[in-house]
Design a protein around this ligand. Structure first.
Ligand SMILES: [Zn+2]
Ligand SMILES: [Zn+2]
Length: 108
């Protein structure tokens, strides 16, 4: 349980750093970043958007009500949009240098 909390906290910190990263830090890593900074963002495959995994991008979910009845409703996870702005690249589609060793191996 505590491991899960730690993992979530790390994720939130990473997002906060990604949003709030100062310009001077960008310039400090510039020489290193030049080599790879056109690399497509890994989580979103360079699209700048991440498909909602809850509804697999359809924006709707089908709920089995039993008795052969099904109810189709808007996905509550993405509010029917089907995708999100990628939190890794903030929608740019470019892999941020400081995240290129992030682990996404469970992201099927
Ligand atoms: Zn969804
Ligand atoms: Zn991305």
């Amino acid at each position: 349980m505590s491991f899960q909390v730690v993992a979530i906290s790390v994720g939130l910190v990473s997002v906060a750093v990604g949003i709030g990263i100062p310009v001077f830090y960008e310039s400090q890593i510039d020489s290193a970043a030049k080599r790879d900074n056109t690399q497509p963002c890994f989580p979103c495959n360079g699209t700048g958007a991440q498909k909602c995994r809850f509804c697999t991008g359809s924006g709707t979910v089908t709920v089995e009500l039993g008795g052969g009845e099904k109810e189709v409703s808007n996905c509550i996870n993405c509010e029917g949009v089907g995708s999100f702005t990628c939190t890794t690249c903030q929608g740019s589609g470019i892999q941020p240098r400081y995240l290129d060793r992030r682990e996404f191996k469970d992201d099927d």
